[in-house]
Ligand binder design. Structure first.
Ligand code: ZN
Length: 312
């Protein structure tokens, strides 16, 4: 499932592609994609110029000129945004919405020639998305379509009237060790559950970011949240931000059973750098990893590198 790093990649690339362009059409072909409101509600954005795209937690937030309302995209389990030449025939039945964007007259990014993320055909890798690949058309000045492809249909597109409906983002300055320490209070639930709760104190952390951050911080995910002291929360927060930054720089993580790809259909390259998540042995010390369910979600940790009960 895309987490802060992957969503940062998608939002950043969508900003490169969409900022400055008019939204010509928003075609929705699966009712679940727009389940938060009547599909017609989203037509209010058609004809407006995209101002920019940002990330908040796991939400991709699109802002428009002259509108206080924003368009939120959540990829959830299997959602993908893919930039393709206009009118490209979808390769399968999983493309549930198309944002048709008009030409971009004089976008500053194009003018300065710094479209660093536009892949040249040589470096494009095999993608799990069948059918035609998008290339330069995704960042050229001509029109472009952006597909919302979502095989499992947990993802959604939603009209936002008051920003993303989640807690402050992982990189928001309001998220501090004190905030997390207070949120944990005397709770006996595993510390990982506090990190995954998108609504309470921090948003953007998913399963692998939590596992990896806790490994770096030397704390087991099953340790009761209320037993983690302030200094340890500081380590956890710093680690989560570091892992997210490193992962985003490498295009994110594409696990074997998941379909994360960027706007040009490229899988993430950070997976091999993970130390415990999805691994049978710890990459740091070779010990066998352990698994447990914490707050309804799977957690993985190294019993040698991460202590469950002892205070450090
Ligand atoms: Zn270890």
């Amino acid at each position: 499932m895309p987490e802060a790093a992957e969503v940062a990649v998608a939002a950043g690339q969508l900003d490169l592609v969409a900022a400055g362009r008019p939204l010509l059409r928003l075609d929705v072909t699966h009712p679940r994609t727009t389940r938060a409101q009547p599909a017609d509600d989203l037509q209010r954005f058609v004809g407006r110029r995209v101002d920019g795209v940002r990330r908040h937690g796991k939400w991709i937030v699109v802002t428009f000129d002259g509108s206080d309302e924003e368009l939120g995209v959540h990829l959830r389990m299997s959602g993908q945004l893919l930039a393709v030449p206009p009118g490209t025939e979808p390769p399968d039945r999983h493309v549930h919405a198309v944002l048709a964007l008009g030409p971009r007259p004089d976008h500053p990014v194009l003018a300065s020639g710094t479209v660093a993320d536009a892949p040249d055909p040589e470096t494009r890798t095999a993608v799990p998305v069948p059918g035609p690949q998008a290339g330069a058309a995704g960042v050229g000045p001509g029109p472009v379509d952006v597909w919302f492809r979502d095989p499992r249909t947990f993802g959604e597109i939603r009209r936002l009237t008051d920003g993303a409906p989640v807690a402050p983002d992982l990189f928001d300055g309001r998220v501090t060790a004190d905030v997390l320490h207070d949120a944990a209070g005397r709770r006996r639930v595993g510390v990982k559950a506090v990190l995954l709760d998108q609504l309470r104190s921090v948003s953007g952390i998913g399963s692998y970011l939590a596992d990896e951050a806790l490994h770096r911080a030397g704390i087991s995910p099953v340790r009761p949240a209320g037993s983690v002291d302030r200094a340890a929360w500081e380590r956890i927060l710093d680690s989560a931000r570091a892992v997210a930054t490193e992962s985003a720089a490498a295009g994110g993580v594409t696990l074997p059973d998941e379909g994360w790809v960027d706007l040009w259909g490229r899988p993430g390259r950070h997976g091999p750098a993970l130390r415990v998540h999805g691994r049978d042995t710890c990459a740091a010390c070779d010990a066998l990893t352990r698994r447990a369910v914490v707050g309804g979600r799977s957690a993985r940790w190294c019993p040698r590198c991460q202590r469950a009960n002892r205070r450090r």
